[in-house]
Design a protein around this ligand. Structure first.
Ligand SMILES: [Mg+2]
Length: 216
């Protein structure tokens, strides 16, 4: 890939290291119902958008609904808000794009917009993004809209994401993908998406990749 013209980032599990907190909320849900919690690797191997499948496969009785689980999860997240950390070098990576390489930055996330903005404010990251898009449950649509805003062709943009689904959405749109395999999905699942670059396990590796593209 020649030097990219637009850098697009996923948030949860990618720039935000919230997997430990999310997994602990899963443990809390299983404990609430006196069920043995799945392991972290089982979670990373099996969790999908239809999350109830995962819970049913691990013994969650039919009478318990997604709403019940979400109530426990929501309470856990509120109590453990500060357990989610900004991933090391996130800020440097954004600065590298904008200041040294002259590439605009966009954030495309399925996270609820208010939560996303609150997080970005607390990490002082708001000024480091040219475009911030929350509520992006349909990643394909959100990525296309993001390309439109910057007037960038899909193949001139890259997208960094930690899940099979996120990477596939970008690939379907024609955006170059960098797989991140230290987040929600196991390395095997990230590899299954056949990302154009990576998988990488640290943001520092993304910085190295971008510097190499700059020299090409
Ligand atoms: Mg993610």
């Amino acid at each position: 890939m020649e030097k990219p013209k637009l850098a697009i980032f996923d948030w949860n599990g990618t720039l935000l290291d919230d997997l430990p907190m999310v997994y602990q909320s899963v443990v809390a849900i299983f404990r609430h119902y006196n069920l043995p919690p799945p392991t972290l690797s089982e979670y990373r191997e099996e969790i999908e958008a239809d999350f109830m499948k995962f819970y049913r496969n691990h013994g969650m009785p039919e009478g318990i609904t997604g709403k019940d689980l979400n109530a426990i999860r929501k309470r856990y997240f509120q109590e453990h808000w500060n357990d989610a950390l900004l991933r090391p070098h996130a800020e440097e990576l954004l600065l590298l794009c904008r200041n040294q390489l002259g590439i605009p930055t966009a954030l495309v996330s399925a996270e609820m917009r208010e939560i996303l903005i609150e997080r970005l404010r607390s990490f002082k990251l708001m000024p480091l993004f040219d475009e911030i898009r929350g509520n992006s449950w349909n990643k394909e649509e959100a990525l296309i809209a993001t390309l439109d805003i910057f007037g960038t062709k899909a193949e001139d943009a890259f997208y960094l994401d930690d899940t099979y689904d996120g990477l596939m959405a970008a690939k379907n749109v024609g955006i170059k993908t960098i797989g991140f395999s230290a987040g929600y999905h196991s390395e095997q699942r990230v590899l299954a998406a056949k990302p154009d670059f990576g998988p990488v396990t640290a943001l520092r590796e993304v910085m190295t990749l971008l510097r190499q593209m700059e020299e090409m």
